[in-house]
Design a protein around this ligand. Sequence first.
Ligand SMILES: [Zn+2]
Length: 362
Amino acid sequence: MPLSPKKWSKLECQQLIEKITHRIKVTYAKKLSYAGRLQVITAVLFSIYSFWGAVFILPQSVLKEVDKRCRDYLWGTSEDKRRVPLVSWEKICCPKKNGGLNIKGCSSWNKASVGKLLWQLTHSKNSLCVKWVHDIYIKNDPNVWSHTVPQDFSWYWKKLNSLKEKMQEWYVQGKYILTPKGDYSITSSYNALLGGQVKMENASLVWSKFAQPKHRFIAWLATKKRLLTKERLGQMRIIVIDMDCCLCDDQEIETSQHLFGEPKLVFDVIRRKHWQKLKKEVMAAIWGATIYHIWTAMNKKLFQNRNVQVDTIVTQIKKEIKERIGMIKLSNRGSRSRGFIQRLLCNKRYAVPVFLWKLGAL
Ligand SMILES: [Zn+2]
């Protein structure tokens, strides 16, 4: 247990930030999809959780800066160009079932993780380290909760004790109550620090395992209506001269509804069907792939003035879904749906529903 007595210096903080975010710097030049960047961020943050943040109380300035670098990297902001975050970092740091990306925000994670030390202090009294802390620091107080920190004690000890107030809510009669067995869980503590979260409808369908990661990310943004359509740019007070949809000649305003349909309607249809779970997930994956390809078609039109043919997209979607299903081993139950999947991918008849879905009409 590191009871480094001194507060971190500015230089130490800077070095630590550089060390932690080194991987972001290395991959900045590579063109990665949102999903790819999300993976890099997860790896960067994992290094904090598993090493730095597990025992050290890191200064707020370090945690904030690491969060900022991860956030900028995700949305593509670099030194020479600024990009608007499409979803707030706070939201992103929630579990997927609550509408986030399951990224663990540094600050809360560090608290939750260091909270384990306090738990150990109350629960593993036989460990040599804990005995030592009790002898040196807690001394005459009955336990760590009722202990008041004398002014001349170390920075680390003071900091650790300052976290107690929030953590006390997780204990009833000295027992940790966030897990059934009473064993400390960093994730449970982290979620408790996030506070009450609203459940995201249809999260399991948006994150269908049959969808490619890059499809899922875009589908997630579409569900939140955060993809940059002309309508969305308008909402963000960015002036757009021509509001017409860039993909069709219908002279319709380029809204999220027009381009991607109403995800909720599509999910309602999928839910109502008496299909096996697997079939529902495959359908949701096709929906996600469709959204992704409409989005890329839009970008190709806008930035390269290239038109993408619908037939090409349909072929591509079938290929991608087929690959994905091939990667995921079907259970016995699932293999009963094999016939359905085969029909879906081989039969021409099924190409049409894919695009009806776009309109939320199916
Ligand atoms: Zn259109």
